[in-house]
Design a protein around this ligand. Sequence first.
Ligand code: PEP
Ligand code: MN
Length: 336
Amino acid sequence: MIIQLDKNIQTVELEKVEKKLAEINYKATSVKTQYADYLIAVGKKEFDIRAIGTLPGVKDIHRVSDAYKLVSKKWRVEDTMIDLGDGLQIGTGNFAIMAGPCSIESEEQVEKTINHLAAQGVKIMRGGVYKPRSSPYSFRGLGIDGLKMWHERASAAGIKIITEVMMVEQIEDMLPYIDVFQVGARNSQNFNLLDALGKVDKPVLLKRGISGTIDELLQAAEYIFSNGNERIMLCERGIRSYEKAYRNTMDVNAIAILKEKTHLPVIADPSHGIGVRKYVDKIALASIMAGADGVIMEVHETPEKAFSDGQQTLSFPQADRLYKRMRQTFDLRENF
Ligand code: PEP
Ligand code: MN
């Protein structure tokens, strides 16, 4: 059960709500986000929610039986929009493209990518400076110095930055230089990291775990929300299956289902989703038709020379074609 409280609820009023919950054996957790105060009450007993809904200081009350609550659409029917500032919005009819290399490699690469994105009206650049790699001997990213260099150039061009954070300790250092924190598939259930990202007021793009279920993804998002941060996007990036013909199995089904289960924006990552360059465009378009609010994709001036994930990275001309088709497809879907 979600109880939304008045921001200025009196202590005596709050005590009355808590007393009522205790009477019916419901365990209450207080959640304070950048936008509102809530009590999340969990218990078994059936009762008339009006007994609490009519108490002074209570703004709204909803029964949500799912394990995840605040991210559920059963409670918040209207979709959430993520505002990145400067007129850039994600969700609720605003299609987002986030493109860039798998890894930030050099100043020259950043410069070329920014020019490519700016020419196509793409306003959000992706790239990793902390790279989770299967092998410890692979390139693991330029770190905070690379991020600072990237930020200087991106902000001068009016381009926002989304990049992966791997550890709680990195959050504070990264904070001034990023617009969206990305939680990678390998950290999708790193609950300490999710707790910590719940305490910052920057949007978080949370990827689905490599073998994560839809329910686990939603519960992971609930960690961020319940720690105080409502600005969350979910990302389908493919899951591990028995199929060996491609890198991952892009679960397009999950996009349609997530759009029904949650009010949070859903972003598709077709690059990791299939992991093979020549199919990325088709999977991107399929994801949009399934309901995605945006696409995050890997691009590079010379994909075959990329430090990581070159096999699934589009060249600039290939990406240009896809941006155009994605925008057309999004318009088509919106007018379906
Ligand atoms: C990435 O975005 O480059 C990445 C490592 O993604 P994922 O966490 O989905 O594997
Ligand atoms: Mn990658």
